[in-house]
Structure formats: C-alpha cells, structure tokens
Design a protein around this ligand. Sequence first.
Ligand code: SAH
Length: 216
Amino acid sequence: MRHNYEKARERMVREQLMPRGITDPRVLAAMNTVPRHLFVEDAFEAQAYGDHPLPIGEGQTISQPYIVALMTQALNLKGHEKVLEIGTGSGYQAAVLAQLCDKVYTVERLKSLHIGARKLFDQLQYFNILCRIDDGTLGWQEHSPYDAIMVTAAGPKVPEPLLTQLADPGVMVIPIGMERWSQELVLITKEQGQTSERVIEQVRFVSLIGNHGWQP
Ligand code: SAH
C-alpha cells in the first residue's frame, strides 16, 4: 500500500501540534514541510507521523512530533540565527531547525547515526546544516557563540561548555534530570551577562553521554 505522507503530515500539524499550543506559524510550516518518514527506520515509515517517539537505530529515538515542535518554538527563531544542536540522531530535528534559521551546527557521538543523517541532508539538499562526530557536551567551540542551542538528549546538569558557547543574548533548550525515565525540559535565557531558567515540560529523553553528561 502506498501512503499519502503529505496528508499524514498535515494531519499531524492540525491534530497534534495546533491544539497543544504550537502557534508560531513558521514552526508549523516547518513541521508541515520536513519529510519525517524519511528519517525513521524503514520498518516504522508508515508510523512516522504518529503521536509518539520512534526508534532510529543504536537504541536511540526520534522525539514525538509535539516535543520537536515545542523545543523548536521555545527558541523563537526569526531566520538570521546560528544554532547548535547536540544529538543529531536521525537528523530530523536539525532539518526542522534548518528551515527556520541561517545555519545549523549539529554534533552526534555515534558514527553510524552521523553518517546516516549526513546522507539525508545531502539528498534533501539541506546545505545549511554542518555535522560533526564528537562529544557534544563539549559544544563546538570553533563556530561559537551560538544564538540558540538545543540539546536532544538528557544529562544530569547543563554542560558548562554549552553555557559558555551561548551568545548573549541567547537561548538554550535542554532536558535535565537525575532520573533515567523522567526529566524536565528547561529553557535557559542569557541576557546582559545573566542567565535565567524556566521549566517548560516534563519529558523523557535518551541519555546525554559524555564528559559533561552521563558516563558511558
Ligand atoms: N535530534 C535527534 C534525536 C536523537 S536522540 C533526532 O531528531 O533524531 C539523541 C541523540 O543524542 C542520540 O543519537 C545519541 O547518540 C546522541 N547523543 C547522546 N549523547 C551525546 C553527546 N555527548 N554528544 C553528541 N550526541 C550525543
């Protein structure tokens, strides 16, 4: 059976995002554009637009569409920004960000996921995404400071290098928690040398593993 992914995507936006407070028209348009079904494992393609996370290989997951949209909206992107993402995974979140800012720098620690994402970015012609294999808890110093930072794996605390590499003014969204199965999605704002934090939502992410995250 052939699936009508455009319809499924449009329904995802209408039924999962709009009623839950995703109102930024640019975020809704990006979610309505990026072909999520190409970023999941083949066996899950038909479920790609469902209201849940999905496996992407290596024991990792792509977040539920609502969480992707919520984190993206929290960054309040206007189009000129340089954004750092930690945890490339499938590349889906990076592709959504790429629709909304000037350049996306994304770091992944696992080689196979990095390679898969890079292939998709080439294929879909996302020329404003740069990828790297490394421990993302160290950030990506070379291109810093970043107007916005998004971390898509959860650690016990905010990695210090990411705070340093965040521009002023700048905004970061990151899941933080001492528990494996429950964390808080935190929005960090830097302005005139001061940082402030606000919890947006209870979430559940895979572990952020690295120097300033959990030990492997
Ligand atoms: N944003 C991804 C979500 C992937 S899940 C997507 O849209 O598909 C989180 C990812 O973070 C996993 O691929 C995991 O390997 C990666 N990760 C965990 N710790 C990391 C670290 N220290 N540096 C970079 N990537 C990390």
